[in-house]
Design a protein around this ligand. Structure first.
Ligand code: TMP
Length: 218
């Protein structure tokens, strides 16, 4: 495996897609860049994504296995081959999302991690970027109703679970404050990816024309 694998994680709506686009843009040039996501990074994965998200109730263990099936196929048929070709793979969500959502929030515990590790034959990213943001801070000036409160509590739980993973695996994680401006977040991501590329013995990602300087900077 001569490529580089970077994953973005975080709660819903923290700006992962925007930052993935910005990073991919900065990386393109001399190297092949593959942008992908879970669930749904392959044709089979698209069907599994539909099954997970657009059907009725899915039993939690079935849901965990569907995510793991998507992941197993995605890593075996798309991500590993790309890494073997020397590509940089920029991925929206990976195994840590299962640990947080299925293992934590759905209460399935540590087995979820083992299932995903088996599914991926132990593939670990070079770098995981956690886009971290306080859920819904300061956006409402009225009392929250019960559903809103529960939703807020759920989001806070998700956020904390990701932060715990980042602390547990500090060498592989970088936590970026996603409440900053898009350009500031992009710059923090660029610096972290540059460092991790260099650590992996690959050409870095210097600031400049191909870097993530704010757009419109003279
Ligand atoms: P997204 O593609 O918009 O990020 O949505 C994916 C949703 O699926 C998001 O709410 C998180 C959830 N998810 C899990 O629950 N477990 C997983 O393993 C993955 C990859 C995503």
């Amino acid at each position: 495996m001569s490529g580089f694998f970077v994953v973005f994680e975080g709660g819903d709506g923290v700006g992962k897609s925007t930052q993935i686009d910005r990073l991919a843009e900065a990386l393109r040039g001399e190297r092949e860049v593959v942008v992908t996501r879970e669930p749904g990074g392959t044709d089979l994965g698209q069907q599994l994504r539909q099954a997970i998200m657009h059907g009725g109730h899915v039993a939690p263990r079935a849901e965990a296995l569907l995510y793991a099936a998507d992941r197993a196929h995605h890593i075996a048929t798309k991500v590993r081959p790309a890494l073997d070709r020397g590509a940089v793979v920029v991925q929206d969500r990976y195994l840590d999302s299962s640990i947080v959502y299925q293992g934590g929030a759905r209460g399935l515990g540590e087995e979820v991690e083992r299932i995903s590790t088996w599914a991926t034959e132990g593939l670990v990213p070079h770098l995981t970027v956690l886009l971290d943001m306080e859920p819904g801070e300061g956006r409402l000036d009225r009392e929250l109703d019960r559903v809103e409160r529960e939703t807020g509590e759920y989001k806070a739980l998700i956020r904390q679970a990701f932060l715990d993973l980042a602390r547990r695996d500090a060498d592989r994680y970088v936590v970026v404050d996603a409440a900053q401006s898009i350009d500031e977040v992009a710059e923090a991501v660029r610096v972290a990816v540059d460092e991790a590329l260099t650590k992996a013995g690959l050409p870095g990602l210097p600031a400049g024309p191909r870097g993530l300087e704010p757009w419109g900077t003279p």
